[in-house]
Design a protein around this ligand. Structure first.
Ligand code: FES
Ligand SMILES: [Fe+2]
Length: 369
């Protein structure tokens, strides 16, 4: 199993996609079963019955409890076993892991690490998402057969846009514009300005600009799994670069990445924009972004296939890779810090109770095990 940052909020799925039906998910190689309880709260539990390891996701809901589809053990929203068919005594140790959950920006976020560190207020938030002066366009959950850090590379990297997205987010001929970056804590920001250039195709018709624009791309990456790209345009020479965005098109493409396993991730994306919601405009933007993100998917999946075939290949490093290297170093440091803390905690932990070991390593030999 690969090493992942655990003490963070990962996107589980869209809020719109969870109801009172059982759904199955996988995040950092852990299987999770999720549903909404009768109060509408999201429940997320380890998807494995502690009896004979049947996935709970093949079971059924009994009120707010989930019932294993093999022998009918039931677990409540906290993961505690509340019913064993044919047995009155329910050992407290029979339970499944329950994951902390918070909902924000149309997403269900799951905490994969230590429960006492799960602070709902630390979940990612973009203030414009809640601001009535902006409109929100929810996109998709795009599955990629690619390691999530390869997608993260792509989302710290304005320099690929001129070559990959020529019909949507760029125009040919801007490959040489320099890229800058800055690191602040767990955030890497990579940006560039393209001055006095034609409007990008996806912005066509959004404003009645005449002539060229000055346009920007700020890629904000919050390790390990969030990328927010602030991109926009203003009439050329009107001072946008100096801060005057009074007549601009501005959008934030939010990418919330779910690492599934070493070779798979899901890119949940949505758009926040200063253009009012309008069915035709929104349909056009969605179509354009679907094209663009599928262009990235195609490249990233081909890269993953090459990496699988050539696991020892050493890639060359260029100046444009500076921010992606820093992003990866931050993720490595976060993972290493957590691993070291876990190791220290394990050394100090009291011996596991006999009863728990009995449940982990063998079947219950009797109801009193
Ligand atoms: S495997 Fe779940 S009750 Fe037996
Ligand atoms: Fe891209």
């Amino acid at each position: 199993m690969a090493d992942y940052v655990r003490n963070t909020w990962y996107p589980l799925t869209w809020s719109r996609d969870l109801d009172n039906q059982i759904s199955k998910h996988r995040v950092i190689e852990e299987d999770i079963v999720a549903y909404r309880d009768s109060k509408g709260q999201v429940v997320a539990l380890e998807d494995m019955c502690p009896h004979r390891m049947a996935p709970l996701s093949i079971g059924t809901l009994q009120g707010d409890a989930i019932q294993c589809g093999y022998h009918g053990l039931q677990f409540d929203c906290t993961g505690k076993c509340v019913h064993i068919p044919g047995q009155d005594r329910i050992p407290a140790s029979i339970r499944v892991k329950a994951y902390p959950i918070v909902e924000n920006m149309g997403m269900v976020w799951i905490w994969m690490g230590e429960e006492d560190k799960a602070d709902p207020s630390s979940v990612y938030d973009l203030s414009q998402y809640h601001d009535p002066n902006y409109s929100v366009l929810e996109g998709d959950g795009l599955p990629l057969r690619a390691n999530y850090l390869n997608l993260a590379d792509n989302l710290c990297d304005p320099s690929h846009v001129a070559f990959v997205h020529t019909t949507t987010l760029s125009a040919p001929g801007h490959g040489d514009v320099p890229v800058h970056h800055e690191v602040s804590g767990n955030r890497v920001t990579t940006w560039r300005w393209i001055m006095n250039s034609p409007l990008i195709p996806i912005f066509a018709g959004l404003k009645d600009y005449e002539g060229n624009v000055d346009r920007w791309h700020y890629y904000h990456y919050y390790a390990p799994c969030i990328a927010v790209i602030d991109f926009g345009s203003a009439p050329a020479g009107t001072g946008a670069e100096l801060g005057d965005r009074s007549d601009c098109i501005q959008m934030w493409a939010c990418h919330f990445i779910t690492p599934v396993d070493e070779q798979t991730c899901i890119q949940h994306w949505l758009l926040v924009k200063n253009i009012p919601a309008d069915a035709d405009t929104d349909a056009r933007l969605l179509a354009g972004l679907r094209i663009a993100f599928n262009e990235d998917k195609q490249v990233l999946e081909a890269i993953q296939a090459n990496e699988d075939r050539h696991p020892d290949f050493r890639k060359v490093r260029l100046a444009i890779d500076a921010s992606t290297l820093k992003m990866r170093r931050i993720v490595e440091q976060m993972t290493a810090t957590e691993s070291a803390a876990r190791y220290r905690g394990r050394k100090a932990a009291p011996t596991e109770p006999e009863h728990t070991r009995c449940l982990k390593n063998t079947w219950l030999s009797s109801p009193a095990c």
